[in-house]
Every structure is written in C-alpha cells, then in structure tokens.
Design a binder for this molecule. Structure first.
Ligand SMILES: O=c1ccn([C@@H]2O[C@H](COP(=O)(O)OP(=O)(O)O[C@H]3O[C@H](CO)[C@@H](O)[C@H](O)[C@H]3O)[C@@H](O)[C@H]2O)c(=O)[nH]1
Ligand SMILES: [Mn+2]
Length: 838
C-alpha cells in the first residue's frame, strides 16, 4: 500500500550541512531513502518573498517619514504641553514600530518552505524500531475515561508490529477508575485489534469508527467495497455488528465505572500512610496490564492474554495476527507541597519508567483525547527518523487536527495558519516548533546529548550517563540510559532488540515504581538539561527550544489522511483559558534561561531563533494594541484647554503630509493583503481560515493576552505560579445524534459578554471624543481621526466571531447588529474624509 505524505524538509545553514563521518558510514551501509524533498520555487513563492521584501522597504520609508515629521512637530512646539506632545508621539511611534517588528518576526521564518513526500511502502517491516507511546491524562471529570480508552484502542490497533509497540498511560489524577478503564480497554483490544487487522478498518478509534455517519454534518467515513483493504468483505458486516455490540458493552461498563466513582472517588492511597489519596497526594503505581507478546508473528495462535478469551466464538480470526501490544498503567507519586510540574513532570516519569520496562529508541506522545486516525502514522514518523541524515532529527511534530469543531470554526480552533504555514515554513529551516500532542521523539535526544553532527568524539554520552547527579541514582535506569547512548543511530532500528521483555516481572515494575516516586528528581538535571523542561506551562515550546539549541533538528509530518485527531475546546471559556495558558507559558519562557536571545550562537539557525523570539514575545502586542487604540481618545482630555497643542499632537501639519500618510496606510494594507493571499496559495489553506485566524487573534489580544501579561508580571514580581487549567474533552457520544444547533449550544451562551467590554469601551470613547473634536472644529486635519476609526473598525471586524457567538440565531446570516456597526463605521469614515478635504 503506498501513500503519499506531503511535508517539508529541514535545511540548516550551508555550513552545518557537512555530513559527519558517522553519517557517511550510515549512508554507505544502507541507502535509506524514505523521504523525497523538493524546494518550493513556484512563481507564487517567489512573489511571496518579493512582497515581504517590498513591505519591509515600505516600513523603512514610512518610519523615516514618520519619525522626521514627529521630530519637527516636537521641536516647533514650546508650550506647557511639550512633554505631553512628545510622549504622545513617542508612544504612538513605539506602537507602530512594535507592530512592524512582530510582523517581520512572524514572516521571515516562513520564506523558505520545501515539500517532502514520505514513502511508507519503502520502509521494510524488519526496519521498524520499537516504539513507546505515552498517553497523559490528569482528571477523569474533564477527561472522560471513555475518551482515553478509545485513544488507547486506536494506538494498540495501529499498523505496527505488536511486539515492538508498547502503550504507557500516565494517570495524574491517581484514580482507580482510570486504571480500571485502561484494563477494560486492554481487554476489548483483544477483539478490536484483530478485527481492525482483518478488515483494515479506519479510523481505529472505535467511538469514531462506529459513530461515523451518525452525526449530521460530521464527515462520514464508511468503507465502500472499492476502498476495502481487509480479507473478507462478505464477513465485514456481521463482524462489525458483533464488535459493535461488544463496544457498546465496554462503553456501558466504563460509564458505570464513572457513575459509581462519582460517589466514592477512589484514589490510590497516600504514600506516607494509608489515608485515602487525593489528586495532589497519592502513591506511585506502575502496572503492566498487558505483557509484550512473543516476537514471532508466525504464531497466529492466541497468546496468553486474558483479553482474547473466547474471541474465536465471536469472529473467525483463524488467519489474523491476534497479538495485542503491551499496555502499562502508571500513576506517579505526588505529595502535597512537592512541585509535580504538570504534564512535563508526567512525561519525565513516563520516560524513566519506560526506560526500565521496554526502553524503545522512539517515543510518541499523545494527549488522552488525541487518537490515531491514520493507522500508518507511526510508520510515517519512523520514515523521517530513519531516513538518510535523519539521525539529527530529535522529534517529528505532526499537525494537530480536531474533530467536532463547529462548522464556522468561530474560535479558530483549527489553527490552520500556525500548522500549515508557520510550522511548514520552519521545516525549511531547522524544523518545526514542538507544540505538544502528536509528536515523536528520539529517546537519546531527551537524555541531553548532542546530535551526531555536533558530537565530536562519538561517545560523549558515556560520561553523562554515569553521573547519578544528572539522571538520579537508580542503577537499572542508569544502565538503560547507557544502552541508549552507546547505540549509534544506525542501531536504533529493528536490529536492536529491547533488553527488557516487558513481562510484568516484579523486579522491573519495582524499579519503575521507584523511578516515578516524587523525590527521584531531587538534585538531578531532570527538567533542566534532560527530559521535558520545567518552569513553564508550555513545556512543549521550551523543550523543543532546548533541543534545537543543542543543534538537533526536527521534522514536520503532514499525512493524508490526518495522522491523529483530537478534541478542541469549542466553548469560549475553555478556548480563552487555553489561549491564556499558551500566552502565559510563552512569556514564562521569555523570562527564563531559555530566552531565545541567549546561548548557543552557532547551533541555532538564525531564523529559527527569530521564530522562537516571535513565539515567546507575541502576547506583549496586546499592551501596545490597547494603548495605541486608546491614544487618540486620550488626547483631547490631556490637552484640555489648548486646541493648538492638541492639533499639534494629533496632526502631521501640512495637508501634503497627510496625503503621504494616507498613501502609506494604503500601501501597508495592500501589501499585507497580497502577502496573505500568496500565503494561502502556497500553503493550501483558505482565505476564510486566514481571516478567522486574524479575527481570533484580535479577540485574544484584547482579552487573554492582556491577562497573560498580567499573570507573568505577577510571577516575575511576586513569584506567583501560573496554573495549568485543563481543557475539557467532550465525548463524541455526548453529542452524537444531536443537531448542529444542540451540539454547539455552548457557543451561544452569553457568559462572555464581559469580554466585549474592553473593545466596546475603546470604540465608544474614541467615537465620542472624535465627535466632540469634530464639533469643536479642533481637528482640522483628519489623520488622527482616520487612524482611530481605522483601528476601531479593524477591532470590530475582528470581533465578528464573538458577535456570532452571542447571537446564535443569526449565526448563518448577516446579523442586523453587525450591519449596524458596519454602517456606523462607514458613516464615520465618510465624515472624517470630508473633514480632511476642508
Ligand atoms: O498536571 C497535568 C496537566 C496536564 N496533563 C496532560 O497534559 C495534556 C494537555 O492538556 P490539555 O488540557 O489538553 O491542554 P491543551 O491546551 O489542549 O494542550 C496543548 O498545550 C499543552 C501545553 O500548554 C501541551 O502540553 C499539550 O500537549 C498540547 O496539546 C493532557 O493530556 C493532560 O492530561 C497532565 O498529564 N498532568
Ligand atoms: Mn488538549
């Protein structure tokens, strides 16, 4: 089966591109070509680059003119108001400079995209390396166990050798119901996995598979005879019916578990005494629920897994591989008063526990709601890792795609501009930024070693591994680290067999339990130099940055169909909390030792550094935006009683200069639009998606980003930690069968009206003070007014999704209120322009 995957390839600066002797050795021994790369050099991309350069030239001319005019205005004014006039000009120009800078930081890293096709069919079965998949879950209320169970099932059923795959579930909530749910899922896997293999069904998440076609409006994915990939078409219908029946049973059982748990809230008891534990205080547990199956796939007989008891009565699986990959349940120890570092802490615990159980050279991380949507996804990631030169790739980031977003995507959940433009653009440099779920890692990279091309003497990792001060004191773990670091990248494929059989032996689980105890990381380098990075709520960006800074590359892997699917927060409360967390986390990174401007001058690609600067600075724009929008309104009160000074502060003086200003404004807007159109052309996103993104950016900038700046200011000044508020994951079941209106009912809740206040106040104040100025004849020159109105119109236009959310009934048609706002803006613009011609 051959599938075409389109992504883009990493290129570092030419000087880095020299192959190390080790690389040459590898290429000589095996000509590995799983990835085909072509530089994008269409007319569109050339025009795109040209327009970016043109716009940057316009910036230069604009600021030259703007600053010189300002200097003239400031020097010719010697009234009592000189300092105020000066301050207003300075603030105003500072705002414009910031907006220009942020645009440049955002655009530059996108200028060199390349296209990459991954050839999964070329990847021989024997080359597939062992893979550990980490699933994180933290709260059974916000993250229903059924969702996690489905994710686990999709992983177990992925098209990957069962003896090379292991699924680890981290339960940060420490609830026994989660463990039971994982066990239920593992048991059902005994039926589900062989069924998927027999009929080649997709997607391999039972909930998504069985509900395809149930939801109105949601894409239907029923297999037709033409697409059928399995081995017994006539049997498909009856097998499907039986498996569906069993799945319904599973669903009822897990729902019943959850209903029962509501009353009892059973958690693992605390470590210190036999008290009942809480989410923040409970013992560490590691349990192998399904052991690793025997290696030989020729033994098609049933294996020793209780899960498959009696399945031959249900389906004919006589010629199907019925082996199920290993499943491990893990709950790290937590104690009150001891920092647990949120998801990063959970990932590090998983990294260590898996090291003594299976120690696979590659790791895939999926949040509990992100399931495998394309069963070949794991292989696609492996292609990028094993390709010639892939030894320098620390991680492969897949785009995040979401189910069940409202058809209009009014809160820009799909994030297409980020994934399809920014991440793709970065793939042409040193690689995409790590943004959490759907990311495959090279284990050795997480142990803090240099990538092969920067490794001077081949085995720099050896000394690191022996230091208990770096990795902690567990001898079995140090042994496993040494195994990983001494293995060359060539050996990280299938020629390597896992040292630990994952047989559920007491010794190994005992070691693992020690490794997930909460004191294990004390006085070690965990969270700083190795593993996932602590100190920020966006551990993903920080971890990726540390890897890139060491000289590692990353790769972007967009597959068709999408590799993984997850749920997105579709109500505004959750969405804004998510955006707030990302913004606050970014600023935390900016104020940490992982600031993009610091360190490793020669290993980080210059434009990669620019991208990280942009990623960690963007929330500040909200402050400039608010000040800039409010400024024109603030002038008349500041200048009360002195119309001449107010005029000086507001205007550029001569009408000729004013015409220049309008011309600049038009040129800047036009080039912005052209660049956007070009971007949609080369990346394949639609103009609507681009616009939605702009709109939601404005919504966030006038709300969540401001809050993030405040939160981080509090952290920097008073040390107040930023919390990780989990996003609620809905079950598809909760919404199945309902109409679009009911399913997105939350969107129409009026809860967030308060958020409309800041922009509404800005608009109202500006309009009132403008009207007053117009009446008083103070504004002989219309520039400041035009500026204020243009900005207000921009803000209002961006609040469109908001307005739609508030007025659900008219969401499909043009709402009367919006029409009113538009008319009002046009009227104001007309009067300002007329004013200008006087
Ligand atoms: O103490 C914690 C907190 C969170 N999680 C897990 O972290 C994941 C992400 O949480 P979610 O609420 O879904 O956040 P999102 O904003 O949807 O996630 C994005 O942003 C996060 C960083 O802010 C990344 O960690 C995620 O991988 C990325 O998908 C979930 O699986 C949680 O179970 C834990 O395991 N322990
Ligand atoms: Mn999530």
């Amino acid at each position: 089966m051959s599938m075409t995957y389109v992504t883009k390839k990493n290129f570092c600066a030419a000087s880095y591109d020299k192959e190390s002797p080790e690389d040459e050795k590898i290429s000589a021994s095996a000509e590995r070509r799983f990835v085909r790369t072509t530089k994008l050099s269409t007319v569109t991309i050339k025009l795109y680059r040209l327009m970016i350069v043109v716009r940057m030239c316009i910036f230069v001319l604009f600021f030259k003119w703007r600053i010189s005019t300002a200097l003239v205005m400031m020097s010719s004014n010697d009234t009592d108001y000189t300092s105020t006039v000066r301050a207003i000009w300075t603030v105003s120009i500072a705002g414009e400079l910031w907006f220009a800078l942020m645009w440049v930081l955002d655009q530059l890293p996108k200028m060199q995209p390349v296209r990459r096709a991954v050839d999964v069919a070329a990847l021989d079965e024997s080359l597939l390396p062992p893979m550990d998949v980490f699933v994180t879950t933290a709260d059974t209320e916000k993250e229903p166990p059924l969702v996690t169970a489905n994710t686990i099932l999709s992983i177990l059923a992925a098209d990957y050798p069962a003896d090379k795959l292991a699924c680890y579930v981290s339960d940060d909530g420490g609830t026994q119901i989660m463990r039971q749910a994982v066990e239920e899922a593992s048991r059902f896997a005994g039926l589900w996995v062989p069924y998927c293999r027999k009929h080649g069904v997709e997607p391999r998440n039972p909930e998504a598979y069985f509900s395809a076609g149930v939801h109105g409006g949601v894409k239907v994915r029923a297999v037709t005879r033409g697409e059928y990939k399995g081995m017994a078409w006539p049997e498909l219908a009856s097998d499907r019916r039986r498996v569906r029946w069993e799945y319904e049973e599973l669903r009822l059982r897990i729902d019943a578990l959850q209903a029962g748990d509501m009353r009892r809230r059973q958690r693992w008891s605390t470590a210190s005494c036999r008290r009942r534990g809480t989410a923040e205080d409970h013992a560490g547990v590691v349990e192998v629920l399904v052991r690793r199956p025997p290696t030989s796939s020729s033994s098609m007989t049933q294996v020793d897994v209780s899960a498959v008891d009696g399945i031959n009565d249900l389906l004919d699986l006589s010629s199907v591989d019925v082996r199920v990959p290993a499943v491990v349940y893990m709950c790290r120890e937590k104690r009150r008063g001891v920092a647990h570092h949120r998801k990063a802490g959970a990932m590090n615990a998983l990294l260590r526990a898996s090291a003594v159980l299976s120690n696979a050279p590659f790791i895939l991380n999926l949040d509990c709601d992100h399931y495998v949507n394309n069963s070949q996804a794991l292989r696609a990631g492996v292609c990028l890792m094993l390709d010639h030169g892939g030894g320098d790739v620390a991680f492969v980031q897949f785009p995040q795609r979401f189910d069940g977003v409202d058809p209009g995507d009014r809160y820009a959940n799909h994030n297409r501009v980020f994934f399809d433009c920014t991440e793709l653009g970065l793939d042409g440099l040193q690689g995409p930024i790590y943004v959490g779920t759907g990311c495959m890692f090279r284990r050795s990279a997480l142990y803090g070693v240099d990538p092969p091309r920067w490794r001077l003497h081949g085995d720099a990792g050896k000394e690191v591994a022996t230091e208990a001060g770096t990795f902690g004191t567990s001898t079995p773990f140090l042994r496993s680290v040494r195994t990983v670091l001494n293995r060359s990248s060539e050996e990280q494929d299938a020629t390597y067999s896992p040292p630990c059989p994952l047989d559920g032996g007491a010794a190994a689980t005992g070691w693992a339990t020690v490794l997930v105890s909460c004191g294990y990381e004390d006085s070690t380098a965990w969270g700083r130099d190795i593993g996932w990075v602590y100190g920020t709520v966006t551990e993903d960006v920080a971890t990726g940055f540390c890897l890139h800074r060491r000289g590692w590359r990353s790769a972007y892997c967009a597959t068709a169909p999408d590799a993984f699917h997850g749920t997105a927060p579709i109500n505004l409360t959750d969405r804004l909390h998510q955006v707030l967390r990302w913004a606050a986390g970014s600023l935390e990174i900016f104020f940490s030792r992982n600031n993009a401007l610091l360190g490793s001058r020669h290993r980080l690609h210059p434009l990669q550094r620019v991208a990280y600067l942009n990623t960690t600075l963007y929330p500040f724009t909200s402050v400039f935006l608010m000040v800039y929008c409010l400024l024109p309104a603030a002038i008349p009160p500041l200048m009360a009683g002195n119309a001449a000074a107010a005029g000086a502060a507001l205007s550029m003086g001569a009408p000729l200069a004013s015409a220049t200003y309008i011309a600049f404004l038009a040129a800047l807007m036009a080039t912005l639009a052209v660049v956007a159109v070009m971007e949609t052309r080369w990346s394949g996103i639609t103009l609507g998606e681009w616009w939605r993104n702009e709109q939601f950016w404005m919504v966030s900038a006038t709300s969540a980003y401001l809050a993030a700046v405040a939160q981080v200011a509090l952290k920097v000044a008073a040390g107040k930690e930023i919390s990780f508020k989990l996003t609620a994951k809905r079950t598809a079941a909760a919404t199945s069968g309902a109409g679009v209106r009911e399913r997105f009912a939350e969107l129409y809740a009026l809860r967030w009206t308060a958020l409309m206040l800041p922009p509404a106040v800005v608009l109202a104040v500006n309009v009132t003070s403008m009207a007053a100025a117009v009446e008083g004849g103070q504004w002989r020159n219309g520039q400041a007014a035009a500026l204020a109105v243009a900005f207000n119109a921009w803000v209002v236009a961006h609040l469109y999704p908001f307005a739609l959310g508030l007025m659900g009934r008219w969401s499909k048609t043009l709402s009367p209120l919006l029409l009113l706002v538009a008319l009002f803006t046009i009227r104001l613009l007309c009067s300002v322009l007329r004013l200008h011609t006087f």
